[in-house]
Design a binder for this molecule. Structure first.
Ligand code: SAH
Length: 568
């Protein structure tokens, strides 16, 4: 069974009365975030509207849950989703005043260990109810990092045999059991095997694999998963004992390597330079035994390996769009990238909008104009194996960082930059967020333009405006005006008015999705540059865009899906 990769816990509170305890719990788990019921508790890291839905979402994501409320509420909320997961996160209920710690779910992902840690921190007793753990002082089925249980069913049977009075012997090294009160006996009828060797499953044995094996990859990566499995088999290694795959850094972007690591569910690590693999193995794991099988080497170390300490990993650069501002309008993939980011780069306002961040996350705030430099810095960090996020507002591909990042990469001859895992994650662009608020002004063909002549000649802007207005496209203007460009919007409107009637509806969305957001609908005839600033999105309707009153007194704006046929 692959070990659960646990994320930072969520401390969930329902009212202000629990906040003080929540902060004490956070002191025990500094990476944990506090989640509070919207409208009831302020000053939390994350707000939610429905307790039940939020709890289920956290459970599904595998986030450890520390709920400061009655155990019954947690049980009822999660009841419907319990069957969905094979490996579940730890779920604990804590009394609001911190006087009780009750582990509920996640026996195999360390819930009892967490309960003990928390109880010690809060100076109370943990309500441990797991018989094996109570009797033996350890959960045999939940070995520490570096070890993995071979078979859960075999494990459960083994523990109930011990509870029924059987005695056990240990073969191999199990240093974490030194302090446990297990019923040892040299004549024991049950055996705990700890090691990397593959062994047939037996009724009277429990197998725990020590993850002390790595496979060094050769140049041939055709059917790599098959090659690795075959090599492990020939070397007599149990597959769960594999701690990681190691390859030369020149192979970093080879999809076959990543597919094999995914299929085998192990991390992929890299050694630098042409003879890097050999050098690395000889200098870092001199006591390991090595066996060549085909193009691979099976390397068995004397103790479990920590993949994080082996070579480097492939760095990742995510260029993300935050959406217009509101957390609900940020896509989940972007939230995920921000949660795992080690470095976050961007214009200060957007970096702040992307937070809150943990203390271990490095923020690199720069001026908005230094785009290429920022892109280069991001590649340098990612090339060191770090997880880097570059933030833009809205969508990163719309007048924002994605194109600058690609331009920097295109111009670079640095192989380590090209090997980085680069991904662009979309966001809700300001034009789309503004349009949705107003109704559906972009319901038919439309044209998106930036009115900034910082990076392109004004004559191009005028030509495009003229042609787009003539083509009767709805127009979406980004960067409509700024202090350094006060006159351009007036000129742009003159061009548009040559082809559009005065009654044409215009939507002005300002700070959409942010505090103090406003939406105005005016006619093209009424529109003046003073109504617009650099935080405004301007949508100019086409000949078919129309408006009608909403029940709340404001107006709906939409452009119908159809278009009148041209006269015969
Ligand atoms: N990448 C961004 C656009 C950056 S250009 C996106 O996809 O939304 C900056 C311009 O976008 C601003 O001058 C303004 O015209 C518009 N804009 C960005 N965020 C906005 C918001 N929240 N409300 C209204 N306009 C916004």
């Amino acid at each position: 069974m692959a070990g659960l990769n646990l994320s930072a816990p969520a401390i969930v509170v329902l009212g202000p009365g629990s906040l003080a305890t929540a902060r004490r719990v956070q002191a025990c788990y500094p990476h944990a975030s506090i989640h509070g019921l919207q409208g009831r508790v302020d000053d939390v890291d994350q707000s939610f509207e429905s307790f039940g839905e939020h709890l289920r979402a956290l459970y599904r994501q595998g986030t450890p849950i520390l709920a400061l409320c009655a155990a019954g509420i947690v049980i009822r909320s999660l009841a419907g989703v319990l069957g969905e997961k094979e490996a579940e996160p730890p779920v604990l209920a804590l009394a609001e005043d911190g006087s009780a710690v009750v582990p509920l779910l996640g026996g195999l992902s360390g819930v009892n260990r967490m309960a003990r840690e928390l109880a010690a921190h809060l100076q109370v007793q943990a309500a441990i109810t797991t018989s094996g753990e109570l009797r033996f002082g350890t959960c045999l089925l939940n070995p520490p990092a570096g070890y993995v249980l071979a078979d859960l069913e075999q494990g459960k049977r083994f523990v109930s045999d011990l509870l029924a009075g059987e005695r056990l012997r240990i073969e191999g090294q199990a240093p974490w059991l030194d302090a446990a009160q297990l019923p040892y006996s040299e004549q024991g009828q049950r055996t705990l095997h700890v090691g990397w060797q593959a062994r047939p499953s037996s009724r009277d044995e429990l197998s725990i694999h020590s993850r002390c094996v790595l496979v060094a990859i050769g140049a041939d990566t055709v059917d790599l998963t098959g090659q690795v499995r075959n090599a492990l088999h020939l070397a007599g290694v149990a597959e769960p004992a594999l701690a990681c795959l190691l390859a030369a850094d020149a192979q970093m972007a080879d999809p076959a390597l990543h597919a094999a690591a995914d299929a085998l569910q192990v991390p992929l690590r890299f050694a630098a330079g042409a003879d890097g693999l050999e050098r690395w193995l000889a200098s870092t794991l001199p006591e390991a035994t090595r066996q060549r099988i085909g193009a691979l080497q099976v390397v068995v170390a004397p103790a479990p390996l920590s993949p994080e300490r082996i070579g480097t990993r492939r760095g990742r650069l995510s260029v993300v769009g935050l959406g217009p501002g509101a957390a609900q309008l940020m896509v989940p993939a972007v939230k995920q990238a921000l949660a795992v980011a080690q470095d976050v780069l961007g214009y200060e306002t957007y970096v702040r909008m992307a937070g809150p961040f943990r203390d271990d996350q490095r923020l690199h705030c720069t001026d908005n104009r230094e785009e290429l430099q920022r892109a280069g810095h991001a590649f340098e960090l990612a090339a060191q194996g770090r997880s880097v996020v570059v933030v833009s507002s809205g969508d990163p591909g719309v007048f924002a960082m994605a194109a600058a990042v690609l331009e920097a990469l295109h111009a670079s001859n640095e192989p380590s930059w090209h090997r980085v895992e680069l991904e662009i994650l979309p966001g809700v662009s300001a034009s789309l967020a503004t349009a949705a608020w107003a109704g559906a002004p972009l319901g038919h063909d439309f044209c998106v333009m930036s009115l900034s002549d910082n990076l392109k000649p004004w004559s191009i802007i005028e030509t495009r405006l003229d042609l787009a207005a003539r083509a009767d496209l709805v127009l979406a203007f980004y960067n409509p005006i700024s202090k350094s460009r006060p006159h351009q919007l007036g000129r742009a409107l003159e061009v548009v008015r040559r082809h559009r009637a005065c009654e044409t509806p215009v939507v002005l969305g300002r700070d959409v999705g942010r505090p103090g957001a406003t939406l105005k609908v005016v006619s093209l005839g009424q529109l003046t540059p003073e109504m617009v600033d650099m935080r405004t999105m301007v949508l100019v309707g086409s000949s078919t865009t129309c408006t009608f009153p909403r029940a709340d007194g404001s107006q709906w704006v939409y452009t119908p899906r159809w278009y009148p046929a041209p006269p015969e």
